[in-house]
Design a protein. Sequence first.
Length: 159
Amino acid sequence: MKNRKRASLYWGSLIVLILTFSPYLLYIYRLIPEDIESYRTIFGEIKAGYFGDVQLYVHWVFNKFVPLLLLSILYITNKKWWSLAILIPISVYLFQLIGVLNDGNEFVDEIEFIYTIPILIIVSLILFLIRKKLLIYTKAIDLKTEMDELMKKTENETK
């Protein structure tokens, strides 16, 4: 039990650190010099490709990666039934990030949404079915609340 709490504390701390520092990733492109077509890092060489400028390329990559990261954390940490709806913007950002990373793509952010339509349909159907199942329980809870109030009212009237 103690190890579980410790692991939960570590994971929670890691998530807080990621959430805290993720906005700074949006400004990482400023660390790269302007008007260069390739930039060497410890992870390898970054080439501008279609964008023509490494700074612009890195700006686009992180503008797609940060929302994808934050939405993924929200999806993973959320236990509500509606968290499946988060898969739709996750899929859109994922396709957009792939489009940016794809060197020969001239139409960034234009056709990626078409590929997410099948995911949108599947997730929407799943959400509809879950909502339909939960509607029965919601009505039952409302009916129980109404019956409890009615019983209290009649009990008070008989006294």
